[in-house]
Design a protein around this ligand. Structure first.
Ligand code: SF4
Length: 141
């Protein structure tokens, strides 16, 4: 156990939508592969259901949200829960930056979708690193 703050990653639950699948895949890439020690995945569905631990994690830590469309369910839910959104991503905007990765598929993303998720995960990892620097800076200062 550690009392180190973690960055909470909240992907939207856009089940049945390709961009929703990219959102979840990017969240897994960050929390399982790129920054497992610094981040924690909080599924939107748990927040919607009012899960105590999910709500506490969002209330106590900075959050990075990933939304599959402009309705921005993950970002709204974190804000409604009193959390701090350090950075919000919309998959469509991310896709505009990486047009070479064309996502397709829902239950299983095509290679373009996987690559787009990985590109997004890299961006999120960089933000996580910045947040950590800030947290250390404020502790030392
Ligand atoms: S942000 Fe869009 S894709 Fe994601 S859960 Fe909400 S409506 Fe669905």
């Amino acid at each position: 156990m550690t009392d180190q703050r973690r960055v909470v990653i909240v992907p939207c639950s856009g089940i049945g939508k390709t961009y929703g699948s990219v959102s979840r895949e990017a969240a897994y890439d960050v929390t399982e592969d790129l920054r497992p020690a610094e981040t924690q995945l909080v599924p939107l569905s748990l927040l919607v259901l009012g899960d105590e631990r999910a709500r506490a994690a969002v209330a106590d830590n900075p959050a990075i949200t990933i939304d599959g469309c402009k309705l921005a369910c993950a970002t709204k839910m974190v804000k409604e829960g009193g959390g701090t959104v350090a950075k919000d991503y919309a998959v469509l905007d991310v896709y505009r930056r990486y047009k070479q990765f064309k996502p397709q598929g829902i239950a299983e993303l095509n290679e373009g979708g996987q690559q787009l998720a990985q590109a997004l995960a890299q961006e999120i990892a960089a933000v996580v690193d910045e947040l950590k620097v800030n947290a250390e800076g404020s502790r030392n200062g």
